[in-house]
Design a protein around this ligand. Structure first.
Ligand SMILES: [Zn+2]
Length: 281
């Protein structure tokens, strides 16, 4: 059996190889999901990304990034790549850096971050055990909502992070993160309901910041977090979501086309790779 560490340290050529080496044999009884599928190891991996990047390389790239013309990147005090265990079983994905995160260059360091730490501790884990990232790596001015084209613009970094970490479970913190991965769900109805989509397991939950405004949501968050250890134990038993969830990028691209987007730089659209889709379902 190839250990997780050893398997990860081996260089991979491109997205196709990545998918081939992520099967059950490579990971023994670890029950690693097939890599987040065509869309993480998607066409841009094959075309542009010849070498799998490490978490540190991705972080360096994000911190050095400038000149794209998108407000969150251009106006950020510090870009916030995310941090944590590069071999984490659980990857938390929030929306975007806020004021404190922007100042410190670290994710979830304000009041919502304290609550996230508390939630993580409630399931017997530490912040160092998990990886914490956001959909956007720069703070939207005035904490406004991220724009679709900004999420598209930031996606390759998050995709690379997911590819490098290979989490068993992605916990989606709040509506914006959920909407990107699992479109057409409602956080009020679907929080705490784990789903597997294209091989990857997700658990949507409320954003911790929501509990700062609505106190009762803290209990809801605690309840939803309680599932995480059990989910990790039986992650292989989580059924695949119905394919009626339309692949995320088609939706996002359509939304973008319907909006008066004004990207000032070419937006890298991570198109859906259908080549290996069947093997992932
Ligand atoms: Zn940018």
């Amino acid at each position: 059996m190839v250990s997780k560490h050893r398997a990860r340290s081996q260089p991979r050529g491109d997205g196709v190889l990545l998918q081939e080496d992520s099967d059950a044999i490579s990971y023994g009884n670890r029950q690693r999901p097939p890599q987040v599928g065509g869309y993480v190891a998607g066409p841009s991996c094959g075309a542009e990304q010849k070498q799998l990047k490490t978490i540190d390389q991705i972080a360096d790239e994000i911190r050095a990034h400038k000149g794209c013309g998108f407000e969150p990147c251009e106006k950020a005090t510090n870009m916030v790549p995310g941090e944590g265990n590069p071999n984490a079983d659980v990857l938390f994905i929030g929306e975007a850096p806020g004021k404190n995160e922007d100042l410190q260059g670290r994710p979830f360091v304000g009041a919502a971050g304290k609550l996230l730490d508390e939630l993580i501790a409630s399931i017997g884990m530490k912040r160092d055990d998990v990886f914490i990232a956001n959909v956007l790596k720069g703070r939207p001015p005035g904490n406004r909502d991220p724009k679709p084209e900004e999420i598209e613009h930031s996606w390759p970094w998050l995709r690379d992070q997911i590819t490098a970490i290979r989490p068993k479970l992605i916990v989606l913190l709040g509506r914006h993160a959920m909407d990107w991965f699992l479109p057409d769900l409602k956080i009020s109805a679907d929080h705490g309901r784990a789903k597997r989509f294209r091989g990857q397991a997700y658990l949507p939950v409320y954003h911790p910041a929501a509990a700062l405004y609505t106190g009762s949501l803290k209990d809801t968050l605690l309840d939803d977090f309680k599932q995480i250890p059990k989910l990790l134990e039986k992650i292989g038993e989580l059924p695949e979501e119905s394919p009626e969830i339309e692949p995320v990028f088609k939706l996002k691209v359509r939304k973008m086309l319907n909006q008066d987007a004004k990207p000032t730089a070419p937006v890298e659209l991570a198109k859906q790779d259908t080549t290996n889709q069947e093997s992932l379902l």
